[in-house]
Design a protein around this ligand. Structure first.
Ligand SMILES: Cc1cc2nc3c(=O)[nH]c(=O)nc-3n(C[C@H](O)[C@H](O)[C@H](O)COP(=O)(O)OP(=O)(O)OC[C@H]3O[C@@H](n4cnc5c(N)ncnc54)[C@H](O)[C@@H]3O)c2cc1C
Length: 216
């Protein structure tokens, strides 16, 4: 390539049939720009967007035309166009703040007391919150803590409680009497695991909680 960016060529017959560097680059850029269209789902989305966006613009043009036709002043078409932006302008910042409430995995961010980040009276527990792992036992304990915290907020008595990350727990029952597990402080034997889970799959706790009789 010369100092001016043009391609010089020692063999004119080869060069005559070879694309110069600039056209190869242009070709590459063109293919790069449209390479998303190789995917069927994106092509469908792209075509759908074309129809949708054209429809939106035709609608806006018609509305501005109507505004001018009815009022005879150029101010109203401008106001109609500006009105399209108002929802995004007003709700954009709020929507962004709302999106920030969730972490990159989609869990709702909570503080130590399981309050949704930036909120005083809104709590999140269990599968939606980023406080701990996704486990039924953890969700139940968090619910109890939040109930206590709400009571404290209402009555003004006592201190708000903080959530402490639970140690790892694995309980694998084998029938109603067998099984093994790991309960934070060490390996749990069959009697412990069956008492915790295998014998009634945890239903006893809920029967007591809801004052429900034993199912037939
Ligand atoms: C296959 C599997 C096995 C698991 N095994 C274990 C285990 O052995 N031990 C353990 O501790 N944990 C286990 N888990 C995890 C445990 O199930 C969850 O951590 C726990 O259920 C979370 O409880 P939660 O109340 O927060 O949410 P969920 O139990 O998911 O309850 C949320 C409820 O809200 C409802 N809902 C959602 N959106 C709306 C709406 N817009 N309007 C109204 N209702 C709505 C849903 O239908 C659902 O009933 C397991 C999970 C799975 C998927």
């Amino acid at each position: 390539m010369s100092a001016h960016g043009t391609v010089s060529c020692a063999n004119s017959r080869v060069c005559a049939s070879s694309p110069d560097t600039a056209s190869v680059q242009r070709d590459g850029q063109r293919r790069g720009t449209f390479r998303a269209l190789r995917h069927r789902n994106y092509r469908l989305f792209f075509l759908g967007q074309m129809v949708s966006v054209v429809g939106s613009w035709v609608q806006l043009t018609a509305l501005m035309w109507l505004a001018f036709h009815l009022t005879g002043t150029s101010r109203w078409p401008a106001l109609v166009a500006a009105a399209q932006l108002i929802p995004g302008f007003l709700l954009g910042a709020w929507g962004g703040a709302l999106a920030d409430r969730r972490d990159e995995r989609g869990y709702v961010r909570v503080d130590d007391q399981l309050r949704v980040a930036g909120e005083t009276n809104v709590f999140a527990v269990g599968g939606v919150s980023d406080a701990d792992r996704d486990m039924a036992g953890i969700a139940s304990r968090q619910a109890a803590l939040v109930a206590a915290n709400i009571r404290t907020l209402i009555t003004g008595e006592g201190e708000l409680q903080s959530w402490e990350t639970m140690p790892w727990m694995i309980a694998i029952p084998l029938g109603p009497e067998g099984g093994a597990g790991l309960l934070g402080d060490g390996v749990a034997d069959a009697a412990t695991i069956s008492g915790l889970k295998g014998r009634d799959m945890g239903m006893g706790h809920f029967q007591t909680l809801f004052n429900a009789g034993v199912a037939a």
